[in-house]
Design a protein around this ligand. Structure first.
Ligand SMILES: Nc1ncnc2c1ncn2[C@@H]1O[C@H](COP(=O)(O)OP(=O)(O)O)[C@@H](O)[C@H]1O
Ligand SMILES: [Mg+2]
Length: 226
C-alpha cells in the first residue's frame, strides 16, 4: 500500500482559540507537524488536549485562529467539506477503541474505507492487507466484544490508516491496555507511521509512550509550554 505525497507539512495550527461558554479551553495554540513526524502531547487532565484533537479533525470548530491539515485550511469549509477532509485525511485512535459493536473486525475497517469513498474491490483487498499488517488476519470475522483490548486497538489502528491519511490523532491509545500490550501497540503505531509516512499526534499521560515520538510538547491551561 502506498500513500500519496501531499505536502511536507501535515498539520499547521496558528493562534487557535476555543472556548466553551465562558471557559477558555484553548488560548492560542501554534503547532506545526511535519510529514511523517511523531509528536507526543502531554499535560494534566482538563488542560485541553482532547479539545485540540477535536479542533484539528474538525469535530469542533475553532473560535479564532487557523487549522491547516495537509494543504487544506479548515476555516473556510462548510460542514460537509469538513467531514470530507476528516474522512479522507485524518485517522483517529481512541483510548476506548470506539469500534462499532455490530460490525465484525473486517467490517469495522472496511466501513471507514467506504466512508472515505474507496470502491468495493479496492477496499476489500486493502482491508485484507492492512489487517495482516496489524496481525489481525486470523480475526476478521470476530466481533469487537470477542476480542482482547490489544486486538481491538489493532483493529482500530487499521481503521485509522485504511484511507491513507496524512495524520493520525491518537488520544491515549494505550490508556486501557496493560503495559506490555500497550508497548506492542505503540511499536505497531511507530512502524506503520514509518512505513506509510503518516504523522502522529499522540496524547499520552505516560512518559514511556513518548519513546516512539520525535518530540514532546506539553499543554497547560490551554497553552503549549515547552
Ligand atoms: N463539549 C464541551 N462542552 C463544555 N466544556 C467542554 C467540552 N469539551 C471539553 N470541555 C472542557 O474543556 C476542558 C478541557 O477538556 P479536554 O480537552 O477534554 O481536556 P484533556 O483532554 O486535556 O483532559 C475541560 O475543562 C472540559 O470540561
Ligand atoms: Mg482528554
Amino acid at each position: 500500500m502506498k500513500f500519496t505525497e501531499n505536502s511536507s507539512v501535515s498539520l499547521q495550527l496558528s493562534g487557535v482559540h476555543k472556548s466553551f461558554g465562558r471557559v477558555d479551553v484553548l488560548r492560542g495554540i501554534d503547532l506545526t507537524i511535519g510529514e511523517g513526524e511523531r509528536v507526543a502531547l502531554m499535560g494534566p487532565s482538563g488542560s485541553g488536549k482532547s479539545t485540540l484533537l477535536n479542533c484539528i479533525c474538525g469535530i469542533e470548530g475553532v473560535d479564532r485562529g487557523k487549522v491547516v491539515v495537509g494543504e487544506q485550511d479548515l476555516s473556510n469549509l462548510d460542514p460537509r467539506d469538513l467531514e470530507k477532509v476528516r474522512r479522507e485525511q485524518v485517522g483517529y485512535v481512541f483510548q476506548s477503541f470506539h469500534l462499532l459493536p455490530t460490525l465484525s473486525a473486517f467490517e469495522n475497517v472496511e466501513f471507514s474505507a467506504q466512508l472515505a469513498g474507496m470502491g468495493k474491490t479496492e477496499r476489500s483487498s486493502r482491508v485484507q492487507e492492512l489487517m495482516e499488517r496489524v496481525g489481525m488476519s486470523h480475526r476478521l470475522d470476530h466481533f469487537p466484544d470477542t476480542l482482547s483490548g490489544g486486538e481491538r486497538q489493532r483493529v482500530a489502528i487499521a481503521r485509522a490508516l485504511i484511507h491513507q491519511p496524512n495524520l493520525v490523532l491518537a488520544d491515549e491509545p494505550t490508556g486501557s491496555l496493560d503495559t506490555e500490550t500497550g508497548a506492542q501497540v505503540l511499536d505497531l503505531l511507530k512502524s506503520l507511521s514509518d512505513e506509510y509516512k503518516v504523522s502522529i499526534l499522540l496524547v499520552t499521560h505516560d512518559r514511556e509512550s513518548t519513546r516512539i515520538c520525535d518530540r514532546v510538547i506539553t499543554m497547560q491551561d490551554g497553552l503549549l509550554v515547552s
